[in-house]
Ligand binder design. Structure first.
Ligand SMILES: Cc1cc2nc3c(=O)[nH]c(=O)nc-3n(C[C@H](O)[C@H](O)[C@H](O)COP(=O)(O)OP(=O)(O)OC[C@H]3O[C@@H](n4cnc5c(N)ncnc54)[C@H](O)[C@@H]3O)c2cc1C
Length: 417
């Protein structure tokens, strides 16, 4: 079914009786050419691009819960391409270009809104770093505008500009950055993959990976054994656990990241604003809620829920930057499990097991990567060679130490990225 304004009008006249489910609910087949473990944003996008770019459709996506129930439906929806380092720059730049054509390609409204991302700075040293990052973004072909204090004031007049500890010196503005509706991204990719013949199988947990003579043969699941020519692991915060089924020990730690949303307010915040010094960022959703978050929980955990110390930390940071936020009532908070890599950059690569591929390490920034990651991982699965935008996301960089991409300059401690 193709969506259009005319279709919405016609369904309105027919009491909305003609809409179809977005995807089928197939039984798993005994064998597929490719099995993708994980029905989050990256897994669904991979399936979509395998079908749309490479014509491969004998594919199953196996999801242990429901599609979009993981981090893809839990994030704060920020989409941007403001990276500094070679490797990341070209990848996120490509991903943003895919975002810009995504609604047309999927024929699905993902509510992509290029409202601009504003990164604040609070010292001369931070300004220098912002200039350097902005130049890297422009060299990559993306957009960046350096704002002084008054430039920031025009966009967000209600900040505490004279905060004693973190006075606002200015900001780096990225106009093409913004937000997208996270659930719709999962649903749009799921629908696009299903329409092309991919089987999306929910409530199907992978419990084992079958390997014979160093070659992957298939997977064991709660719905039976499934044979596969190739298997892709795309399970975000569960990456270490699923890779362990193949005897692999990954350089990944899982940490909880929390987020919060307030009651709906009248439009007051036009952009995404980040306050790096306070580990705080905020935007306003289309429903009016202020959506905000902060830093990781500092200990490793698989619990996809929040806790009070981090809630307090985030509220304090919010109040320091934007005292008016104290007037808003928090509606709810939640957590997701982040797959933290030692250098803060992801992995899209083959594994030592032939036919077994890995996509993980997205840390707290993998939502904006969904199209780019799906595109690159599909390329790797289909052609057995990395896509040029993801060629540096090698697994062995953590063994050799060569090719690390540490955007934050915080070293190899997972929870500092
Ligand atoms: C609070 C929060 C805020 C965030 N904000 C942003 C942001 O603003 N911008 C941004 O770019 N990123 C953000 N992120 C990060 C982003 O959401 C993640 O990096 C990204 O969604 C991870 O990829 P995914 O969508 O494929 O993960 P998921 O949606 O988690 O998909 C993985 C799937 O694998 C499934 N799975 C796990 N184990 C198995 C198994 N054994 N068998 C079958 N299936 C299995 C899981 O159930 C899950 O559905 C945020 C994350 C959180 C939690």
């Amino acid at each position: 079914m193709r969506y259009s304004g005319f279709r919405v009008f016609r369904e309105g006249l027919r009491r909305n009786s003609g809409w179809q489910p977005l995807w089928r609910d197939p039984e798993p087949k005994p064998a597929y050419d490719i099995v993708i473990i994980g029905g989050g944003g990256h897994g669904l996008a991979t399936a979509y691009y395998l079908a749309s770019e490479h014509g491969l459709t004998n594919i199953a996506v196996l999801e242990k819960g429901y599609l979009g129930g993981g981090n893809v439906g839990r994030n704060t929806t920020i989409v941007r391409a403001n990276y500094l380092l070679p490797g990341n720059s070209e990848f996120y730049s490509h991903s943003l270009k895919l975002w810009e054509g995504l609604e047309g390609a999927l024929n699905f409204n993902v509510m992509h809104s290029q409202r601009g991302v504003l990164n604040l700075f609070h010292s001369d040293g931070q300004r220098d770093a912002a200039v350097r990052r902005g130049n890297a973004m422009i060299n990559q072909g993306d957009d960046a505008i350096l704002l002084d204090r008054e430039g920031v004031r025009e966009k967000v007049p209600f900040l505490d500009f004279d905060n004693h500890r973190f006075p606002v010196y200015g900001g780096l503005f990225h106009p093409r950055g913004g937000t997208a509706r996270h659930d719709a991204v999962a649903w749009g990719f799921a629908r696009g993959a299903d329409m092309r013949g991919v089987d999306l199988i929910q409530n199907c947990e992978v419990t084992g990976i079958d390997i014979e003579g160093g070659l992957v043969r298939g997977v064991q699941t709660t719905r039976g054994a499934i044979r596969a020519g190739k298997v892709g692991i795309v399970v975000a915060g569960r990456s270490s656990q699923v890779a362990a089924m193949a005897g692999l020990r990954l350089p990944i730690e899982s940490h909880v990241l929390q987020a919060f949303v307030t009651e709906g307010l009248k439009p007051c915040l036009d952009h995404v604003v980040t306050f790096g010094m306070g580990h705080f960022y905020i935007s306003q959703s289309d429903k009016g809620g202020l959506v905000f978050g902060g830093d990781l929980d500092f200990y490793a955990s698989y619990a996809a829920r929040g806790n009070l110390p981090m809630a307090e930390h985030v509220m304090e940071a919010g109040m320091s930057l934007m005292p008016m936020i104290g007037q808003a009532r928090v509606l709810r908070s939640w957590g997701g499990i982040m797959d933290m890599s030692p250098d803060g950059s992801p992995i899209i690569d083959r594994t030592p097991v032939e036919g077994l591929y890995l996509n993980c390490g997205w840390c707290y920034g993998g939502f904006k990567a969904v199209p780019g990651s799906g595109f690159a991982f599909a390329h790797l699965l289909a052609q057995d060679r990395p896509h040029e935008t993801a060629a540096r996301y090698r697994l062995d960089r953590f063994r050799t130490g060569s090719g690390l991409m540490d955007e934050e300059g915080t070293g190899s401690q997972h929870n500092l990225h």
